[in-house]
Design a protein around this ligand. Structure first.
Ligand code: GDP
Ligand code: IMO
Ligand code: MG
Length: 431
């Protein structure tokens, strides 16, 4: 029995989907614990590409059960579409394969409307959200007025909640946000229909995950987003509305803290960010565009181009500390092949000359900092066929080893291509 958590160390899109798919091979169950369909997790298996927004990235493996935990916010339309598309591709997802927490909150049309209207109203100050209604859904959860999956099975409860919520939200939408209101009746009918389709999948996920562990199974907990998008620990307010740190795996899946054995952090070999917010090592020059193009850095959810820059070890080290990471999974190393020189940011120089080795809470303080770089020699050999660590060029290994040293966690996985096979394993996940 072992329990392994996979989380992002940067601003999301580190390659968590690929790593989860890979490690799912030896898992009994795979569970998502936070975020919603703001996530876009890509897997490539034997050349076939799949993008998952809500369904855990272990779903392509036979005989594994996938769970959507209570901490996830669910847009039922997106979930059903995802299930239908998988079925069309020969991967039918039945109630024996996918279980959805009865306690998970549901994204409603008024959440999306509020998300989009607020972003519009913010203008240049916009966060650059995915517009999927994530923030407003978590707001309702905290305000104790949210709709949960279980409500989709109880028409009276759903009707009352939707009527109360639309009255309040329409007041905001029309009176303050200069937007249009949304009538309650069609929502009620539509969501009751979703409830009918999803009823066989809805269960007590926390209880079932406990049974997986109690019967000696391996549990893989799949994070979404990344540590620096964390509501508490990220570059607030340019963050998401959930906690992508590993601690959230316990609350968001209902697994006791003493059950977790390992936390592996996924690190892209450079840095990307979608949406607004500070990014000290961002490259707005030709090198940034070169990385963007070579790494195909366009969002898996919204298709927006991802901002690209050098690897920031301050960011990664902070993530290792916040989640107690026991291993690093470095992805997209192959994208850097061909660059003569590489940089890793090792600290932030403040106007006073002092070196800062953590990300400050103040965005004003952060904006005044300059990144301090350590320079590395690149490599030009094709590494996409490497399956053994020693096969990697020496300069490539030096880059990885310095990253591990700066971050304060050992290398566990090195990914040299998008495909499941293009991987070098350095540590045992389920020990
Ligand atoms: P996630 O949100 O963390 O799961 O990451 P995304 O799926 O949004 O973005 C990662 C992208 O990089 C996807 O298109 C993956 O297929 C791709 N990818 C993952 N690992 C590698 C790798 O080692 N090399 C290359 N070239 N692509 C990779
Ligand atoms: P995965 O799981 C990258 C970003 C958005 C925006 C901010 C808030 O694929 O790594 P939200 O819609 O959550 O309120 O938007 O967070 N964001 C992500 N960026 N990868 C993600 O998920 C993200 N999910 C949210 O771009 O800046
Ligand atoms: Mg993604």
């Amino acid at each position: 029995m072992a329990c392994l958590v996979i989380v992002g160390t940067q601003w999301g899109d580190e390659g968590k989907g690929k790593v989860v798919d890979l490690l799912a091979e030896q898992a009994t169950a795979i569970a998502r614990f936070q975020g919603g369909n703001n996530a876009g997790h890509t897997l490539v298996v034997g050349g076939d590409k799949f993008i998952f927004h809500l369904i855990p990235s272990g779903v392509l493996h036979q005989d594994k059960t996938c769970y959507i935990g209570n901490g996830v916010v669910i847009d039922p339309a997106v979930l059903l579409t995802e299930m239908d598309r998988l079925a069309e591709r020969g991967h039918a997802v039945g109630p024996d394969k996918l279980k959805i927490s009865e306690r998970a909150h549901v994204i409603m049309p008024y959440h999306q409307a509020l998300d989009q209207a607020r972003e519009k109203a913010k203008g240049r100050e916009a966060i650059g959200t995915t517009g999927r209604g994530i923030g407003p859904c978590y707001e309702d959860k905290a305000a104790r007025v949210g709709v949960r999956m279980i409500d989709l099975l109880e028409p009276e409860a759903l009707t009352r909640k939707v009527e109360e919520n639309t009255a309040a939200k329409n007041y905001l939408l029309t009176g303050y946000l200069n937007s249009e209101g949304i009538p309650a009746e069609p929502i009620i009918a539509q969501y009751l229909e979703y409830g009918r389709r999803l009823a066989p999948f809805i269960s007590d996920v926390a209880l079932e995950l406990d049974q997986v562990l109690a019967s000696g199974g391996n549990l893989l907990l799949e994070g979404a987003q990344g540590t620096h998008l964390d509501l508490d620990h990220g570059t607030y307010p340019y963050v998401t509305s959930s906690n992508p740190v590993a601690g959230a795996a316990c609350t968001g899946a209902g697994v006791g803290v003493t059950r977790l054995n390992q936390v592996w952090g996924v690190v892209k070999a450079y840095t990307t960010r979608v949406g607004g917010g500070p990014f000290l090592t961002e490259l707005t020059d030709g090198t940034g565009r070169w990385i963007q193009e070579k790494g195909a850095e366009f969002g898996a959810t919204t298709g927006r181009p991802r901002r690209c820059g050098w690897l920031d070890a301050v960011v990664v080290r902070q993530s290792v500390r916040l989640s107690g990471m026991t291993g690093l999974c470095v992805t997209k190393l192959d994208v850097l092949t061909g660059l003569e020189r590489l940089n890793i940011c090792v600290g932030y120089r403040q106007p006073s000359g002092e070196l800062l080795e953590r990300v400050p809470a103040s965005l004003t303080q952060l904006a005044a900092c300059e990144p301090v770089y350590e320079e590395f020699t690149g490599w030009s050999e094709d590494i996409t066929g490497c399956r053994d660590y020693q096969d990697l060029p020496e300069t490539c290994r030096a880059y990885l080893e310095r990253l591990a040293e700066l971050a304060g966690a050992p290398l566990a996985v090195v990914s040299v291509g998008a495909d499941r096979e293009q991987t070098i394993m350095l540590r045992e996940a389920w020990a």
